[in-house]
Unconditional design. Structure first.
Length: 94
């Protein structure tokens, strides 16, 4: 059973400033969630295969292959400032 003091301690650890009425409300809500989890724990899941995703996925990564050689002039065309083949940026550290 979750108590007012438990929720107040959790809020303190999470650095949350809660009013007493908020602690009371959260105590009731969290207790309801925990009761629901207890109901789920009663289910027989021995025949359920473990899975990592609810939907089957495949590897979405592509091969890392160079397809074109970058055009430096095109890349630097819109740069506000450049030095040879580099972007020139304002100094931020003195």
């Amino acid at each position: 059973m979750l108590t007012y003091e438990d929720v107040a301690q959790i809020a303190l650890l999470a650095r949350l400033r809660l009013l007493p009425e908020e602690v009371n409300q959260l105590t009731a809500e969290l207790q309801s969630i925990l009761q629901h989890m207890e109901k789920l724990r009663e289910l027989d899941t021995s025949a359920v295969e473990p899975f990592t995703h609810a939907v089957e996925t495949s590897n979405a990564f592509r091969e890392d292959v160079v397809t074109t050689i970058p055009n430096l002039d095109g890349i630097l065309a819109n740069a506000p400032a450049k030095a040879k083949t580099f972007f020139k940026v304002p100094r931020i550290i003195e």
